[in-house]
Design a protein around this ligand. Sequence first.
Ligand SMILES: [Zn+2]
Length: 180
Amino acid sequence: MRHRLFEEWLFSQDDLNSAQKDLLDKHKQNCQRCQSLEAAWNEVSLYMEEQDWMAPDEDFGQRWQSRLKQYKVMEQQKHAYWAFLLTSGGALIFGIPFLISIFTTSPLLEMWSFFYRVSSLVETIQRWLSFLLMIFQPLGVLIPSALGIGIGFTVWGSMLLWLILMRRLHLIGSDKNGRE
Ligand SMILES: [Zn+2]
């Protein structure tokens, strides 16, 4: 049968000449498949004409854009807030034993600060891990550059303080050993 050919003609009826149209009509009368195919095709093209789908609502697009912007700003603020909280927390953990070691050298406090140093080191490592995860996980959401510089200074300052503290505690320890 030439059903295949008529199937193609069904979808391009505007291009057919009258003889071809006659042939198609005759075939359709005897062919169930072509009849249902044409009915389905008519439904689809009717649906496509009804839908205004090449021109989405402009207002919707704008609303969506501003929503996205708002969300991004909110996310940035949230990240900046947490970054600030974590870095200042970390700096505090580094800073407290350092300040204590400056103002006093009592052995009890030394023991305490040693204990504190170990426990705070563990805590600090955990903090930094979560901090780094938080920074690098949401790719594309960048912390504002001013805050980035601030974080950089805080990190390096904290590390410097930590090194000074370690050296100072070490010096106190070796000093005492030398005297005994
Ligand atoms: Zn057919």
